[in-house]
Ligand binder design. Structure first.
Ligand SMILES: [Zn+2]
Length: 247
């Protein structure tokens, strides 16, 4: 294939812009914020689950406390009724008196036990409240961190996308000035060769595969006409000759 030396040189400009686009795509995909946000979102899910559990425990213990307090109240009312009956002097039968006194004593003990239950439930409720409060604060803090990281990620993406748009526009202009057939060959090789289709021959070295050309290969390149599109024997990329090629 033949192409004007200036068109071959312009192919290097296209290559440089394509390389830049590849770098930008890589940078876009591998922003540290992506991983940061993923980790934070994982933490957030976990913390929210723990918060729901603590809040459930909080409302369960609140109900338990109400129930335990009602139990205490019932016993207290019954004891108070018994005490009134005793104080009224209306119960005179010794057997009834004894049974009434014994009931008052057993109710007092029962009340004490139930009050212990209330205290125990209150302690559990308080600790659930503390835990829920602490978890709510942590959720808030991780949420703030997530928002911050999201903001940084979006800003970074915007910067990259702006540059991508600029480079693409430039690439379109430069590629538009390269003969279609040469560009097609370049695109084909680029696809096969990991994104690099044209390389500079710089001081006898192919900058595509970094190998130095041997004497025979150098002689062949020297013998080739300036318009001839030369390929690297090793990597098959388009080898572009410049004044620094060492010919
Ligand atoms: Zn090569």
């Amino acid at each position: 294939m033949n192409a004007a030396p200036a068109d071959q040189i312009r192919l290097l400009d296209v290559q440089a812009l394509d390389t830049r686009l590849t770098q930008l795509a890589h940078k876009r995909k591998n922003l540290p914020e992506h991983e940061e946000i993923q980790t934070l979102e994982g933490d957030l899910t976990q913390l929210r689950d723990l918060l729901v559990a603590a809040q459930t425990e909080e409302s369960d213990t609140a109900r338990e406390q109400t129930k335990a307090e009602q139990d205490v109240d019932q016993v207290r009312q019954r004891a108070s009724r018994d005490q009134k009956r005793l104080d009224s002097g209306l119960v005179t039968n010794p057997k009834d008196l004894e049974s009434l006194q014994s009931e008052i004593a057993s109710l007092a003990k029962r009340q004490g036990d139930l009050e212990d239950v209330v205290l125990e439930v209150m302690e559990r409720r308080e600790s659930a409240q503390e835990r829920a409060g602490e978890l709510a604060r942590r959720v808030e803090s991780v949420q703030a961190k997530t928002e911050d990281a999201t903001g940084r990620r979006d800003a970074a993406l915007e910067t990259i996308d702006t540059e991508v748009a600029t480079v693409k526009k430039e690439r379109e202009i430069v590629a538009g000035s390269v003969p279609a057939e040469l560009l097609k060959l370049y695109e084909k090789i680029r696809e096969q060769q990991g994104g690099v289709g044209a390389a500079r021959l710089y001081q006898r070295r192919c900058e595509g595969c970094q190998l130095e050309l041997n004497i025979t290969e150098m002689n062949e390149v020297r013998a080739a006409a300036a318009e001839e599109v030369v390929r690297c024997e090793n990597c098959r990329r388009i080898l572009v000759r410049t004044p620094e090629s060492g010919l």
